[in-house]
Design a protein around this ligand. Structure first.
Ligand SMILES: C[S@@+](CC[C@H](N)C(=O)[O-])C[C@H]1O[C@@H](n2cnc3c(N)ncnc32)[C@H](O)[C@@H]1O
Length: 211
């Protein structure tokens, strides 16, 4: 499995950061669907992995309330500086770090992966996160995937428009495949005629203790 290129991602997001929220308005609804699928409760600790400009932070904060907590990390300082301007109804820990190396200040009850294809294709990144969560932590991932193979003109378009956002297109037909091995009660909601998916599950105990 070829691995994502963090240096290329940082270059891409350095330039894109000021325009990112406007460029990605069309995914707001599916991001909300992924957040709802986490079934967050007041008082819980939720992690926004690869939070970017922090679009999800106020929504996650509302769901966990002032006695809960949002942790969010991203390796791009330019993206993170926009996340720092969001106001939220819960305490927020913002960390400049990659998923492969981040050290979480609190164990998470739930993790959101919103449009973090590179991150969920990295077993090392997922292993580092999953060993820092509470037992049975819930996970939701949403992003883009290829259409059915015979819709290849649409897939050419997808690859062309996602260059930069994604540094490694390996696994683009089923981006959730690594998660499927690490989660129990795994489900993916998608179809051949859509570029979107929402995958959910709970971290397997064996994955959680693996070093
Ligand atoms: C398409 S943006 C998604 C941002 C946000 N989650 C959203 O829904 O808008 C992808 C983000 O993943 C971050 N990223 C890329 N590689 C990463 C890694 N290895 N660990 C953590 N974040 C990473 C990028 O810096 C970027 O901010």
């Amino acid at each position: 499995m070829t691995q994502p290129d963090l240096g290329a991602a940082l270059d891409h997001y350095r330039d894109l950061a000021p325009r990112y929220d406007r460029r990605t308005r069309f995914i707001d609804a599916i991001r909300l669907r992924a957040i709802a699928s986490l079934g967050l409760k007041q008082g819980e600790v939720v992690l926004d992995a690869g939070c970017g400009t922090g679009w999800a932070i106020p929504h996650l904060a509302r769901a966990v309330g002032s006695n809960g907590r949002v942790m969010a990390f991203d390796p791009s300082p330019e993206m993170l500086s926009i996340a720092a301007t969001r106001s939220a109804a819960a305490p927020v820990d913002l960390l400049e770090a990659s998923a492969e190396s981040v050290v979480l200040p609190h164990p998470a009850d739930a993790i959101l992966f919103s449009y973090t294809h590179d991150l969920i294709r990295s077993p090392a990144a997922l292993a580092n996160l999953f060993r820092q969560v509470r037992p049975g932590a819930r996970v939701a991932a949403t992003s883009t995937k290829l259409y059915a193979r015979w819709l290849f003109p649409a897939n050419w378009y997808l690859r062309a428009t996602h260059r930069g956002y994604i540094t490694n297109f390996e696994g683009f037909e089923a981006p959730w495949a690594v998660l499927a091995e690490m989660l129990e009660d795994f489900r993916v909601d998608t179809g051949p005629f859509t570029q979107h998916y929402v995958a959910t599950g709970r971290v397997r105990p064996a994955v959680q203790v693996a070093k």
